[in-house]
Design a protein around this ligand. Structure first.
Ligand SMILES: Nc1ncnc2c1ncn2[C@@H]1O[C@H](COP(=O)(O)OP(=O)(O)OP(=O)(O)O)[C@@H](O)[C@H]1O
Ligand SMILES: [Mg+2]
Length: 280
């Protein structure tokens, strides 16, 4: 496994996204909680960076900070060298909740609304952009439907279409397929890879599924917890195989998954041992 973050750090200002030594503490009644400590990584144009880690390791916290929704205690987050301080349409979040569309608008109207507000497009252009993106996610026949009449997978497709329609620099996805059944999930993973192949949009995708990480990532960042930190930042050697066919089963895949699993379960403190049968 080779680390790619070093080379990108050296590239400095070339990185689309730079996360440098980010620590995030949450103030709680009776003290503070360190969610993540000294997290550093970067993402370049046309990368699909997966953030993989156990529950509670700070994946969402980091993603929300990049989205501008979480205050950072120390460190810096920069987009093309400019510090991020608040949410912006160049960094859009798609999350796990399948009810993230406006329920009182049709699917097309949801997308048109985003295009009009964010891009300032007139109605006719917004409609054309909406229809183009509905077709991109296979919902061309569902533009006039209201969100509550769609399946969970269709709603997530619509949310992805809406996010892509305003042409963000960075698409932030927090377990967007986590609430879907296995078959729909696989289908949407393939679609996301196809969309990425066409748009080459930089995607930062959070998951706690090793399988999803290996299928989707061009790079995989593995996090550990207590507090959240980065264990490894690696290129995915199987990326192109899965881009071609999400259900491919190359012989190297099992070994690669095993390596990642071992890393996830590895205990950081050498004085602490994992109990037999423990998850580490
Ligand atoms: N707004 C908040 N206020 C206080 N603590 C928070 C807040 N958001 C997250 N935390 C804490 O920060 C830590 C990391 O949470 P986070 O939601 O980022 O984990 P995660 O890796 O996304 O987990 P999961 O896989 O379960 O979604 C947890 O201990 C959580 O309780
Ligand atoms: Mg989370």
């Amino acid at each position: 496994m080779s680390s790619s973050s070093g080379a990108q750090e050296q590239a400095g200002s070339a990185a689309l996204l730079a996360v440098r030594d980010v620590t995030i503490d949450f103030e709680l009644r009776g003290g503070s909680l360190r969610a993540v400590e000294e997290v550093s990584f970067s993402a370049d144009d046309a990368e699909k960076v997966i953030i993989l880690g156990p529950s509670g390791c700070g994946k969402s916290t980091v993603l929300k900070a990049i989205g501008g929704f979480n205050h950072i205690t120390s460190g810096a987050i920069e987009l093309r060298g400019k510090p991020i301080s608040k949410p912006g349409p160049e960094r859009l979040l798609v999350f796990q909740d399948t009810n993230q569309l406006f329920p009182w608008r049709t699917v097309r109207s949801n997308i048109m609304f985003a295009c009009r507000v964010v891009l300032g497009l007139p109605k006719s252009e917004a409609r054309a952009v909406a229809d183009e993106h509905l077709a991109m996610v296979g919902l061309e026949r569902f533009g006039d439907f209201f969100p509550h009449t769609l399946s969970g997978g269709m709603k997530q497709r619509a949310a992805i279409a809406r996010a892509l329609s305003v042409d963000p620099h960075l698409l932030l996805m927090d377990e967007p397929f986590g609430a879907l059944d296995a078959q729909t999930r696989t289908h949407l993973q393939q679609e996301l890879n196809d969309i990425w192949g066409r748009t080459k949009k930089t995607i930062l995708f959070v998951t706690h599924s090793i399988d999803e990480a290996v299928r989707l990532g061009s790079r995989i960042i593995v996090m550990g917890k207590d507090p959240g930190h980065i264990k490894m930042d690696m290129h995915n050697p199987l990326h192109e195989v899965f881009e071609e066919d999400i259900e491919a089963e190359p012989v190297e895949a099992a070994e690669f998954r095993r390596e990642i699993r071992a890393l996830l379960h590895q205990v950081d403190d050498p004085d602490v041992t994992t109990p037999p049968g423990g998850q580490g």
